[in-house]
Design a protein around this ligand. Sequence first.
Ligand code: HEM
Length: 93
Amino acid sequence: MENGKGLSLLIPSLENSKYLIENQDALPCIIRDGILSKVADDSDEVQLSMPAHPQLNEIEILNICNYINNAWGNQLEQISMTEMKNKLAKCKS
Ligand code: HEM
């Protein structure tokens, strides 16, 4: 959502997000490829998933990374195109 707060359990909040800090290496992969299993919630009951965004080009993915990293209380380093390409090359899926 526009305020970064997500949608309850379905879409976890990215506001002041510890998860965002801990997943910097996977950030471009998450945005491009989505997430296929439960990750952000402690409960085993809920299977969360995020759809892939295969329509995005590298510039768009980079802009989204740097936007999210510095919006909604997040204060993370700018990622360069080279760094992002290195991260994308290591995506698990
Ligand atoms: C660092 C972590 C994450 C980042 C940077 C991220 C980023 C994004 C972005 C950029 C979108 C598209 C928003 C839009 O179209 O306006 C999105 C959508 C979404 N994400 Fe994530 N996400 C993250 C983690 C997660 C996690 C852990 C889940 C759940 C397991 C999740 C579930 C979803 C869902 C359900 C959508 C909505 C898709 C739709 O209806 O269009 N996300 N996310």
